[in-house]
Design a binder for this molecule. Structure first.
Ligand code: 4AD
Ligand code: MG
Length: 443
């Protein structure tokens, strides 16, 4: 009978029917008179069995068939009897096969390239092969679904997506981490954040968001810093700081609800992070000043081994220690002006503080940074001056404050950090396809 070409993930709909499945040989086991193949097609894994005549023939044909070979398997999908288990709870009883490409066996075999004792830097060189593994591909699949969930949430919050440029002539988050390049003889940079462009798009489109790569020449090697990361950013007009914080919390929580309802992502998260629970609302609110007190009361020291004082940047290690101890999402708010970016709105009654927030998650620390923005022209000009920024290339950003200015705020979420939290990964390097970080630009 004719066989319908199907994806592994759709298998359940085709029980007892004859199908053809194309994929890569993920694993193969040859016992006397029976061959088991676990086939992988990117949508899932399928256990397949070859017995009798097909097995006899395959015993010769498969001798030089290494792992990762591409094959087509034809046969009927049978539900497994009780007591046996396989992905999808069924197996393909193969009656015919075609070998599309035979990958090497022996010394050159795929499985020999990626042994358990391999050095981390070797594994990073081999990432094009590593991503075929069960864990790595699961993280990438969750990543795709998270992006979808975030876009759906933004739609629900009545926000419009834009695609800002990556090549820019302004800095947002300080000159120290800029990647500079030659743009037809002029200096230009890879963008650190699309915030300024979102602010410019806001009067045209209202609530706006983007999913765009950001670039930072981070000199330190940490488990949560990349040189290129996927930045999910949003900007909203006509709201105050309290409303802004609620909207940010709504965005994070709605996104998580969507992911946990997602038939693809939910089981993968269960597998990667079995104890994950959706955070309870409202998130803990902690001011910077109270955080400094917390650190000192709990003897969490600065990287120089000293007690924290007002005005100190809270370094990664201290931040994570605090977040892990509290063990729930935290909105850390009201940072001092000196340790934050030039564009941040100040607190009216406390002009030494900003209307700013970092969202901290256990195991990672900061996953979101955001703030209300200075919307008064003179305050912005003074901020450029204080930071030693030449206002000339910012003319288009400054002019937002001339033609219909308003209170507004926005945030940036590091997608890889969000995933490290959600999927319980040790480092953000596991949460993107081909990570870029200090000195690594391959594969
Ligand atoms: O806190 P950051 O620097 O804030 C901004 O860039 C704002 N302009 C965003 C905005 O308001 N539109 O970065 C925002 C987030 C961080 O919380 C972190 O999750 C992520 O971006 N991030 C990085 N992720 C990986 N590697 C890096 N080097 C990162 N730098 C920032
Ligand atoms: Mg930040």
């Amino acid at each position: 009978p004719k066989a319908e070409k199907i994806l592994i993930t759709d298998g359940t709909q085709y029980r007892e029917k004859r199908v053809v499945v194309n994929g890569w040989v993920h694993r193969m086991r040859n016992q006397k008179g029976i061959i088991f193949v676990v086939l992988r097609d990117g949508t899932g894994f399928l256990q397949s069995v070859l017995t009798n005549k097909v097995c006899e023939k395959a015993s010769y044909d498969f001798i030089n068939l290494g792992p990762e070979s591409t094959i087509s398997l034809y046969g009927v999908l049978k539900e497994l009897p009780e007591g046996k288990s396989a992905p999808g709870n069924h197996e393909l009883v193969v009656d015919y096969y075609q070998i599309l490409h035979a990958a090497p066996t022996g010394e050159e075999a795929f499985t020999n390239r990626l042994n358990a004792e391999a050095e981390p830097s070797y594994l990073l060189d081999q990432r094009h092969l590593v991503i075929r593994g069960e864990t790595a591909s699961a993280v990438l699949k969750v990543r795709a679904r998270v992006l979808r969930a975030m876009r759906d949430t933004f739609e629900d919050l009545r926000m419009t997506e834009v695609t800002p440029p990556c090549m820019v002539q302004t800095q947002v988050e300080g000159g120290a981490t800029l990647f500079k390049f030659n743009y037809y003889g002029q200096d230009a940079y890879l963008t650190q954040s699309s915030q300024l462009y979102l602010e410019a798009a806001m009067p045209a489109l209202g609530n706006v968001y983007c999913v765009q790569e950001s670039f930072r020449a981070e000199k330190s090697l940490t488990r949560r810093h990349l040189s290129e990361f996927t930045h999910v950013e949003a900007e909203m007009p006509f709201l105050n700081f309290q409303e802004y914080l609620e909207l940010l919390e709504e965005f994070i929580c709605q996104t998580i609800d969507r992911i946990l309802d997602d038939p693809v992502a939910a089981p993968l998260i269960k597998q990667l992070n079995p104890t994950f629970e959706k955070p309870s609302r409202p998130f803990m609110r902690l001011t910077y000043e109270d955080a400094i007190k917390y650190l000192n009361e709990h003897n969490i020291l600065t990287s120089e081994g000293e007690h924290h004082k007002f005005g100190d940047d809270i370094a990664e290690a201290a931040e994570r220690k605090m977040t892990d101890q509290i063990n729930r999402p935290i909105f850390l708010t009201h940072f001092p002006v000196e340790i934050k970016s030039f564009y941040m709105q100040r607190v009216k009654e406390r002009p030494d503080l900003t209307e700013s927030v970092d969202c901290l998650m256990p195991n990672v620390g900061e996953i979101v940074g955001g703030s209300m923005r200075i919307f008064d022209m003179d305050e912005l000009l003074a901020a450029y001056k204080r930071e030693g920024i030449d206002p000339t290339p910012y003319y288009w950003f400054t002019e937002q404050r001339k033609y219909g200015t308003t209170e507004h705020g926005g945030f940036g979420l590091g997608l890889e950090r969000f995933l490290a939290w959600l999927c319980d990964r040790y480092t953000v390097r596991e949460c993107c396809l081909f990570p870029r970080f200090t000195e690594r630009c391959k594969p």
